[in-house]
Design a protein around this ligand. Structure first.
Ligand SMILES: Cc1ncc(COP(=O)(O)O)c(C=O)c1O
Length: 386
């Protein structure tokens, strides 16, 4: 093995251990609970309102709407259920088609599939690792036609109804350009902002550009509710329908049980919201800390043969997961091997969605950048440093 690379990998391991002041296993992303978490969770337990009704969950929704500067927020059991409901609100039905990026976490593809629809995989940009507006436009111009306000896939004859770009690892994608394209082609825009809570594009919170935005508060995210998610929107009808669908479609009444459609038990429990509110109080501190960590990484990787992935132009990223790009797969694999064997957790980026057997027959474009990044990107420890 190249001696110089081996030395760089060793330097990285020592650097990480000094940053986290630890010789034990260093995780990719651990939550931090040093605020009011226990106090609020205990208060919630004392109230007995631990499930889907309670003051914490209502308060959490108001705080999320305020922070993201959206009009409405509907808290859900997790980000995946929020994506599923977003697909239902976009009226996605059996055999419809939905565009998303192939360099992705599996949740959006699952949500599309829950509705019996088919994903179409489009390439990402190298500068953002999010959906590429130019690839999206090219695909739509070459492959679709607009009939009666609907975007029809000329090859399959199916309707392409929606588009789900994702803000990869917290870095905003070029969402303003994507929005323009979606508007032109009559595509319902759902932003998967699961990883980008606290990230802004041109001063606006990610998730607030689309008709709907989806957030996740899973244990590995910048703030956590244990498990949880949220739908954000400026559309009152969509917000009302989201709340209805996530609360078993029950018609509000003091004692009657009446449901007007098939609904879902997807509301965030009050107990989780209690934890989330305490975490929210720490959000700015976490973002500050993570951005500081990112700048330390940037300096460290400056004169090496890997590239540290910086926030894209026009954006302020939460730097949820830091990543580096290797020159090739061999160097990447050496790094993964050496760091993990020395107790420093590092992970390759996801396998492309079109390579998962459930989606292997899906339509794709050339996925040039996705394939390139898939071989080279590694996530490195990114927890808030203590
Ligand atoms: C991009 C993306 N979308 C959706 C989800 C799903 O969120 P959850 O785990 O809360 O269901 C996640 C991660 O967990 C994610 O990273």
């Amino acid at each position: 093995m190249n001696h110089c690379i081996k030395k760089k990998n060793k330097d990285f391991i020592n650097f990480i251990k000094s940053i986290y002041k630890s010789n034990k296993q260093i995780k990719l992303h651990e939550p931090r609970f040093y605020g009011n978490e226990k106090k609020y969770v205990n208060r919630c337990i004392d109230s007995t309102f631990v499930s889907s009704v309670g003051k914490f969950v209502d308060r959490f929704e108001k705080k999320i709407a305020k922070y993201t500067k959206t009009k409405y927020a509907v808290a859900t059991s997790n980000g995946t259920s929020a994506l599923h409901v977003a697909m239902l609100l976009a009226n996605i039905k059996q055999d419809d088609e939905v565009i998303t990026q192939s360099l992705n976490f599996v949740a959006s593809c699952n949500a599309i599939s829950y509705c019996g629809a088919k994903p179409i995989f489009i390439d990402v940009d190298r500068e953002t690792m999010g959906l590429s507006p130019s690839a999206l436009k090219k695909f739509l111009i070459n492959n679709t036609t607009i009939k009666k306000g609907k975007c029809i896939n000329k090859k399959t004859g199916r309707i392409i109804k929606a588009c789900i770009p994702m803000h990869t690892f917290g870095h905003p994608c070029k969402i303003d350009e994507i929005k323009k394209i979606c508007d032109y082609f009559h595509l319902f825009l759902v932003e998967d902002a699961a990883e980008s809570f606290g990230s802004f594009f041109k001063g606006k919170h990610t998730g607030s550009f689309g008709k709907l935005g989806v957030l996740s508060f899973n244990g590995n995210k910048i703030i956590t509710s244990g498990g949880g998610g949220c739908i954000i929107t400026n559309d009152i009808n969509l917000a009302k329908k989201a709340k209805h669908l996530t609360t078993t479609a029950k018609i509000p009444h003091k004692w009657d049980f009446d449901h007007d459609m098939v609904g879902y038990n997807y509301r965030m429990p009050n107990l989780n919201a209690a934890l989330a509110i305490a975490q929210l109080e720490k959000l700015n501190e976490f973002i500050f800390n993570k951005r500081k960590l990112a700048s330390k990484y940037q300096k460290f990787f400056k004169n090496t043969n890997f590239t540290f992935f910086k926030e894209p132009k026009n954006s302020k990223s939460n730097y949820w997961l830091n990543s580096i790009i290797f020159q090739n797969k061999i160097q990447r694999d050496q790094f993964l091997q050496e760091t993990n064997s020395k107790g420093v957790m590092t992970r390759p980026i996801w396998k492309l969605m079109n390579k998962l057997h459930m989606f292997e027959n899906s339509e794709c474009d050339d996925l040039k950048n996705s394939n390139w990044l898939e071989e080279r990107v590694v996530n490195i420890p990114s927890s808030v440093t203590i």
